[in-house]
Design a protein around this ligand. Structure first.
Ligand SMILES: Nc1ncnc2c1ncn2[C@@H]1O[C@H](COP(=O)(O)OP(=O)(O)OP(=O)(O)O)[C@@H](O)[C@H]1O
Ligand SMILES: [Mg+2]
Length: 397
């Protein structure tokens, strides 16, 4: 039986591979560890695995005791430790360079700058005066964002010099670390889900994304598969395939975010893991692809597993109330039972005082629907939403 080390992950990750004949060792942090993981894992080691030195030290000790065949992570903060372990022990897993280039958005832009993969004007900034001079040199709106951010935390669109000071300070305040500025790519947004084996990139789905818009662009929903002209779809697929090849992504799922600007598609960011925001669930339930299971089977040398066919399409919509007091919430249970609803989570409660949405973490829940085609999935989502009544009043100043 192959011995696989998994770094991080949620119960859902472990549920997907519950029955696979593999010996699992798990590195987990104390906030995410559960009894279910303890039951599934042959060995469970609880510590802050983001500390790469400690993660590597523990992996070396484990490897000496029982040879590890492969290491993998499906979660943002586990990707770098897993790649460092893979490289140091010379075992199967994803390439360190591909992970490094996608975890650090400055490194990614530097990497893309020398290649024919859709130019984006960009600079790493240490002061607001650097941001100001970048804005002037671009001559149009720009995005200020943290180099290693997530969930749109610290992301701001800036279109005039008087906005620079506050956007730079707030971005740094919300997410410490280096700041990246980029020309604003104006156009519709998509994400591309893929699965790579032996350097071959299989594009599984293109998803259309909706956001709150300027200034923060927090994600409000996803539609899979996106409706796109065949030529645009081919361009997106081509760009993402070339991007994954250029960073040396050699194994596993990837989630690449793209904006279709006036000069064609442009990479916004790449991630060497399944898409978050329940996009992974759309991949599973709409496309019939369990990327966690496929990854583990591939690494363990198990034969491809039979697949449960997907429904064909799906959509995700988040609850994103802001600057209100919640007075009443009704119909959540009825909505959960509506046809086609596979997930409904809602933390809204009467009496809640909700300030502005600052990142994805401030959203109050999600509805996920699947259907035979996108129109069907959207209709089902709307039917569920119609059953929900949320009464609000303005948030007093
Ligand atoms: N150069 C750009 N041009 C236009 N919009 C951009 C640009 N960079 C970022 N954005 C917008 O800001 C959003 C968040 O940026 P990005 O994806 O880089 O940050 P993030 O914090 O990793 O987001 P998330 O984790 O929610 O995907 C993007 O989805 C996009 O809408
Ligand atoms: Mg993003």
């Amino acid at each position: 039986m192959a011995h696989i080390l998994i770094v991080g992950g949620h119960d859902e990750t472990f549920r997907m591979i519950e029955d696979l004949p593999v010996e699992l060792s798990v590195f987990q942090n104390s906030e995410s560890v559960t009894a279910q993981q303890a039951r599934r894992a042959h060995r469970l080691c609880v510590f802050d695995y983001r500390n790469q030195t400690e993660a590597l030290g523990r992996a070396r000790a484990l490897h000496e005791f029982k040879r590890i065949d492969a290491v993998v992570s499906f979660t943002e903060h586990g990707l770098m430790p897993a790649a460092v372990i893979k490289e140091a022990l010379g075992i199967k897993g994803n390439a360190l360079e591909a992970v490094r280039l996608t975890r650090d958005k400055i490194a990614m832009r530097e990497h893309l700058a020398g290649r024919d993969l859709g130019a984006v004007l960009t600079r790493s900034c240490h002061s607001s005066s650097e941001v100001r001079s970048f804005l002037q040199s671009v001559g149009g709106p720009i995005i200020v964002k943290p180099a290693e951010g997530a969930g749109s935390s610290g992301v701001f669109r800036v279109s005039s010099l008087d906005q620079v000071e506050s956007a730079f300070a707030r971005s740094r305040g919300e997410y410490p670390g280096p700041t990246l500025v980029e020309e604003f790519i104006d156009g519709l947004e998509y994400s591309v889900e893929s699965f790579t084996t032996d350097g071959r990139h299989d594009i599984i789905a293109v998803t259309a994304k909706t956001t709150t818009g300027a200034p923060r662009y927090i994600e409000t929903g996803h539609l899979m598969p996106a409706v796109l002209a065949a030529s645009a779809l081919a361009e997106l697929r081509g760009l993402v395939t070339d991007f994954l090849g250029s960073i040396g992504h050699s194994f596993g799922p990837a989630h690449t975010e793209v904006r279709f600007g006036p000069a064609g598609p442009r990479i916004i960011e790449g991630n060497t893991r399944p898409g978050g925001d329940f996009i992974w669930e759309l991949v599973l339930r709409a496309m019939g692809r369990d990327l966690v299971r496929e990854s583990i089977c591939h690494l363990a040398g198990l034969p491809p597993q039979s697949r449960t066919p997907g429904r064909g399409a799906g959509c995700v919509a988040f609850f994103g109330y802001e600057n209100v007091v919640i007075e009443r919430v009704q119909g959540i249970e009825a909505a959960r039972e509506a046809e086609g609803i596979i997930r409904l989570q809602c933390s809204l409660e009467p009496g809640q005082r909700l300030g502005p949405l600052r990142s994805s973490a401030d959203r109050q829940g999600v509805i996920v629907a699947v259907g035979g085609d996108l129109a069907d999935a959207e209709r089902r989502l709307a039917q569920a939403q119609d059953r929900i009544r949320v009464e609000t009043s303005p948030l007093p100043h």
